[in-house]
Design a protein around this ligand. Structure first.
Ligand code: FES
Ligand SMILES: [Fe+2]
Length: 397
């Protein structure tokens, strides 16, 4: 058998801990520190600007880590803004949920009405109010920036870093990538697990040979890389990414062969020539590349492939509960064959996702009981070491 593939590491690998103590991380007091020092100070991706295409288009996103609901809306001036989804009269939730397009937003409680730019426009029975400063009673904004179609918010009073600084070297490396795909499905699961464990489940490839042995048995590694070592891993100041290794000898199943006959390959999306992709996708230009995994610290993990990408958002509800939303984006189908082909990859993707979710409740129960007090991490789990290092730094700041 051939030699084992050695991972190429890039970035600052100093001060990584291989043994991570977990028990105190799973306490309510620790979670409150994470909320204030990590979630309030981070730039958090919450959706796409293209999901609010017209002036007045909006969507609502619950962000329990910031104890808020956000209303993301495109103003008549074309700018995308996010506001706390709360009426300034007596705090009713302004929009119950979902998405749509409106000229203005009226509160269902007493009818106060706000513009798409957040100004308070109408106070019903206004002359009954004394000394009301309408100009100061617009919707409460939250710092909002758009990067490559992704809408980020920052819950700090004044962000300590701009979004450009927060994304660092990754900022320029994904130009145009998101525009190539459209959202085809969204899966949402509430799991009784701490958010850190949920994120960790998606940022290492060590498990793929075992946890996904039935659903996708041979799509990674193969004879040239039987342990499925990641060919490339890179640590940034906050974020990190790695590439997953394709198995060049992957055998198409009968259903998969039909799916790639009538559509494009999704996962694994290889077997042809190396596609033209922005420099951030397959950054080492590894020959047998399958896809990349990128963690946007703290709580978003994106998988970047050719013809597809997946966005996973881990939203902590409290120390013991996390809402996980997985949005799948594929190339835009041009005919019925490609649409049917999508369905094959969607159903298999759902199975893989459920396998990833399936260890979390047991892990959470064991680690919070203290029966197992530490994580023991291999080099292939360096992303987890980095995740906890960044958390240490932010909690100490
Ligand atoms: S709470 Fe919204 S109008 Fe009264
Ligand atoms: Fe997995």
């Amino acid at each position: 058998m051939s030699a084992k593939l050695e991972t190429t590491f890039r970035g600052d690998t100093a001060q990584l801990e291989r043994r991570i103590s977990m028990r105190e991380k799973l306490t309510p007091a620790y979670f409150e520190r994470e909320r204030e020092k990590i979630f309030r100070r981070a730039w958090l991706p919450i959706g796409h600007a293209s999901h609010v295409p017209e002036p007045g288009s909006y969507f609502v996103r619950e962000v329990p880590a910031l104890k808020t609901s956000l209303l993301v809306v495109r103003g008549q001036d074309g700018r995308v803004r996010a506001f706390h989804n709360a009426c300034t009269h007596r705090g009713n939730k302004l929009v119950r949920g979902g998405d749509g397009c409106r000229k203005s937003f009226s509160c269902g409680f007493h009818g106060w009405t706000f513009s798409c730019e957040g100004e308070l426009r109408v106070v019903t029975d206004e002359h009954q109010f004394r000394d009301l400063d309408k100009g100061a009673l617009g919707l409460r904004p939250i710092h909002t920036e758009v990067w490559e179609d992704l809408v980020f918010v920052n819950g700090d009073d004044e962000p300590r870093e701009s979004l450009t600084e927060w994304l660092g070297d990754m900022y320029d490396e994904y130009r145009g990538y998101f525009d190539q795909h459209g959202r085809v499905a969204s899966l949402r699961i509430n799991v009784k697990s701490n958010w850190n464990l949920a994120v960790n489940s998606f940022t290492e490839g060590y498990h793929t040979l075992y946890l996904h042995r039935n659903s996708v048995p041979d799509y990674q590694g193969g004879r040239i890389n039987p342990e499925r070592h990641r060919p490339f891993m890179q640590l940034f100041k906050r974020h990190h990414r790695y590439s997953a290794p394709a198995n060049p000898e992957h055998r198409l199943t009968a259903a998969e062969a039909l799916a790639v006959k009538y559509g494009k390959r999704i996962i694994p999306a290889f077997g042809g020539e190396m596609p033209t992709l922005p420099p951030g996708v397959n950054p080492s230009r590894y020959e047998h590349w399958a896809f990349d995994v990128v963690q946007f610290y703290p709580n978003a993990v994106f998988l970047f492939g050719n013809n597809w990408h997946i966005e996973i958002f881990f939203s902590p509800i409290d120390v013991d509960h996390t809402e996980v939303v997985q949005d799948l984006y594929y190339y835009r189908p041009r005919n019925i064959g490609e649409r049917v082909s999508h369905q094959f990859f969607l159903s298999r993707g759902r199975q893989v996702f459920l396998e990833d979710m399936n260890t979390l409740e047991a892990q959470h129960a064991v680690l919070s009981s203290g029966v197992v007090g530490h994580l023991q991490l291999s080099q292939q789990e360096m992303s987890l070491m980095h995740h906890y290092k960044v958390s240490r730094e932010m909690l100490d700041e």
